[in-house]
Ligand binder design. Structure first.
Ligand SMILES: *Cc1c(COP(=O)(O)O)cnc(C)c1O
Length: 362
């Protein structure tokens, strides 16, 4: 047997959303829709497409490891200093870097039991202990999470709004929580869905950073900006936190075209406004349909809805594939469904109704 990290055989494998091509092949359907990975249904912004085509010849160069151009554009956009930014090949890259820089055997990371799986996977890879605190009604149990922090805790993961439940933590609740966590412990605020959050009491995490020095905020171009396939995301924190994580960053971790695309995406705020408006309208439509079908769900601050379909999520997932609809099965009777274009969401609810009838009749 090969000598290897003791923990490695116990690290769970991340299960991604099913690619559309697989459904074509396995189910013989000619047309499928993917509502499984929270991608932007409007596709790539036009300004990004133009920039990519225009700059394709740059690809023989190594990327700028510091992403200087994107760094200055984004720093201006966010009204922060350039040395407060860290770039990654998506947030999954940044989550891995944070884990590598902060965790080791004998330390622990505190997180919700119902949240983004990468926090746990990366903590295990670093041989750290994972402290998962069961969610309450889809929300982080912040009080218990703060009580689970001890002097071997290195990171507390806070996903806001939360994937997969779509719920959020208000400004007041977040501040109370931050006050309860020792300032020697890094608090990560994963705001992958920040642009979709519309609640008036959603926290302004960049403002909180002025008061609390142990915060790092994660945002991505994968979701609302529509660049999931390019792999680019970023973190915002105090320069001393950023420089710790920079030590584990691969020198060329973000590609030439991803950096160019991100700059173009920031310049296309009209696309952003359209994305958000479409998402709001489709969340409202979906709530109506869910109420009509008497399916319980959490109201969402994101571009997906977590719902309790009353039968095994795995079963409904399989049944929906026959209709060419790809969603994400979750634990027990839960599924997570991304907001698509209106006609896609109509098709989803039509398929869901039929699939539920089908499953309940056997
Ligand atoms: C999608 C997602 C990420 C990862 O996004 P990237 O595509 O790697 O930027 C991180 N956190 C949450 C909560 C997500 O839903």
């Amino acid at each position: 047997m090969l000598r290897r990290k003791e923990i490695i055989d116990q690290v769970p494998i991340y299960v991604p959303g099913k690619p559309i091509e697989e459904v074509f092949k396995e189910y013989g359907v000619s047309e499928a829709i993917k509502l499984a990975s929270n991608e932007n249904p409007l596709g790539l912004p036009n300004k990004v497409k133009d920039a990519l085509i225009k700059n394709i010849d740059q690809l023989y160069y190594y990327p700028d490891g510091k992403a200087a151009s994107l760094r200055s554009t984004l720093a201006t956009f966010l009204n922060i200093e350039e040395n407060q930014l860290l770039f990654g090949a998506g947030l999954e890259d940044i989550i891995q870097m944070i884990s590598a820089a902060f965790l080791e055997s004998g330390t622990n990371a505190v997180m919700s039991g119902t949240t983004f799986p990468n926090y746990k996977i990366n903590a295990l890879i670093e041989s750290a202990e994972v402290r998962e605190i069961p969610a309450i009604a889809g929300e982080h149990d912040l009080l218990t999470m703060s009580k689970m922090v001890d002097n071997t805790t290195r990171i507390v993961w806070v996903c806001n709004p939360n994937n997969p439940t779509g719920t959020y933590i208000s400004h007041d609740k977040l501040v109370t929580f931050i006050e309860q966590v020792p300032k020697e412990v890094l608090i990560v605020l994963d705001e992958a869905y920040y642009e979709f959050a519309s609640a008036s009491d959603f926290p302004d995490s960049l403002l909180l950073m002025n008061e609390y020095t142990n915060l790092i905020v994660l945002r991505t171009f994968s979701k609302a900006y529509g660049l999931a396939g390019l792999r680019i995301g970023y973190a915002i924190a105090a320069p001393d936190i950023i420089s710790i994580i920079e030590r584990v960053r691969k020198p060329f971790n973000t590609s030439v075209l991803a950096q160019i695309a991100a700059i173009a995406a920031l310049d296309d705020q009209e696309f952003m406004r359209n994305s958000i408006a479409l998402n709001r309208a489709e969340l409202e439509y979906s709530y109506q349909e869910l109420d009509r079908l008497r399916i319980p769900y959490y109201r969402s601050q994101t571009n997906f809805i977590y719902m309790d379909v009353g039968v095994q999520g795995k079963n409904i997932y399989e049944e929906l594939l026959k209709f060419g609809v790809i969603i994400r099965p979750m634990v027990g009777n839960y599924i997570r469904v991304s907001m698509g274009l209106h006609e896609q969401n109509v098709r989803f609810f039509d398929a869901l109704e039929k699939a539920l009838t089908e499953i309940k009749s056997v």
